[in-house]
Design a protein around this ligand. Structure first.
Ligand SMILES: [Zn+2]
Length: 175
């Protein structure tokens, strides 16, 4: 009896219930920003069949973020869909932030923006860190082998993330 109720409890309040996304091919820039903020975001290759995009979203219970109205009229559409109207990236980010009250400082710079893999700290195995980057500030992607380090571009991106967070609802936690 105790076990049952505790399972239900953790299901409702689970703090790890972080949204995951699929961004359609018209929204690649937005998808990259979601990855920079640390969100698990699939971006189907150009030309992926609609039904495969939908399956990707349904299988992992992801938000389908799309500007393609046809995609949401599909019979087997996923449960969570965000249809964005504007073709401006900033408007899209604002809409997403307001609708989901999304925290852009969720886990910034923890995920490869090229391929979505969680980053590992340190330089690529077998290589040395870039000369002007301390060991602490170097990360690499074990999948696509991209190296990242915390330079001025990271500071600029963090500033953008902070700006995105201003669209969150007043009084929301974390800001
Ligand atoms: Zn990668």
């Amino acid at each position: 009896m105790w076990k049952d109720s505790s399972e239900i409890h953790s299901g409702i309040l689970c703090p790890l219930n972080t949204p995951r996304f699929v961004c359609d091919e018209m929204l690649r820039g937005l998808g990259e920003w979601l990855r920079i903020a640390g969100y698990d975001t699939h971006m189907p290759e150009e030309g992926t069949e609609d039904r495969d995009v939908l399956a990707m979203a349904t299988a992992d219970n992801r938000w389908l973020v799309t500007r393609d109205r046809e995609l949401i009229l599909h019979r087997n559409g996923p449960q969570h869909v965000l249809l964005l109207i504007s073709d401006r990236q900033t408007d899209n980010i604002q809409e997403l932030t307001i609708k989901l009250n999304l925290d852009w400082l969720h886990a910034p710079f923890s995920r490869c923006k090229r391929c979505n893999t969680p980053l590992h700290q340190g330089p690529l195995p077998g290589s040395s860190a870039p000369p002007d980057a301390g060991q602490q500030g170097v990360f690499h992607c074990p999948t696509c082998r991209q190296t990242y380090w915390k330079g001025s571009h990271v500071k600029r991106m963090r500033k953008r993330l902070e700006e995105f967070n201003r669209w969150r609802r007043a009084g929301a936690s974390g800001t």
